[in-house]
Design a binder for this molecule. Sequence first.
Ligand SMILES: Nc1nc2c([nH]c(=O)n2[C@H]2C[C@H](O)[C@@H](COP(=O)(O)OP(=O)(O)OP(=O)(O)O)O2)c(=O)[nH]1
Length: 161
Amino acid sequence: MAHRPVVAAAILDSLESPTRLLCASRAYPAALAGLFELPGGKVEPGESPSGALGREIAEELATSLILGPEVAAPDGGWWPVLEGRRMAVWLARIADGAPAPRRGPSHRELRWVPLDRLDALDWIGADRPIVRAAVRVARTRSASSEAGPGAHGSALGRGRI
Ligand SMILES: Nc1nc2c([nH]c(=O)n2[C@H]2C[C@H](O)[C@@H](COP(=O)(O)OP(=O)(O)OP(=O)(O)O)O2)c(=O)[nH]1
C-alpha cells in the first residue's frame, strides 16, 4: 500500500507582511528528534488534505489557521519528503481570535524564526528546499499584496482550518 501523504503548514506571523516563520523541532522518533519541521502530519483515510491539516494543527499546536497559497514543488505537485512520502505545504497564519500555538508532545520546541535566519536551523534534510520555496512565495505574495484578497489563492481555497 502506498504511504500516506503528509500535509504541513508554513505558519507566518503575517501573510501580508511576513517576517517570521513558526519552526517546530520534533520530539520523536529518535532519528528525527531535535530536527526542525513544518507542523503537520499524515492524511488519514477519508480525510481531505485541509481537514487533515486542521486536525494536526489542533492536535499539535492547539490552535487554528487561515490558509494562504500553496507552496508547490518545482514540478507543480507535492514535495518528496522522508520515507518516500509526498508532502503538500501551504502558507498560513494563526486565525483571528485563535490561541497562540502551544507546544504539545510532538515537539521539543516551537520557535518563531526571522525569515533570513531559517537556513541556520537544523532542519529535516528534505525540508530545506521547501522552506526556501515557502519564503519565496511569502515574499512574492507580500510584494504583490495590493492585488487584493483572492490573489494567489490556494488550491484548497483560502480559509480557516
Ligand atoms: N509533519 C511533517 N512531517 C515531515 C516534514 N518533513 C518530512 O520529511 N516529514 C516526514 C516525517 C514523517 O515521515 C512524515 C510525517 O509524519 P508525522 O509523524 O509528522 O505524522 P503524524 O503526526 O500523522 O504521525 P503519527 O500519528 O503517525 O505519529 O513526513 C515536515 O516538515 N513536517
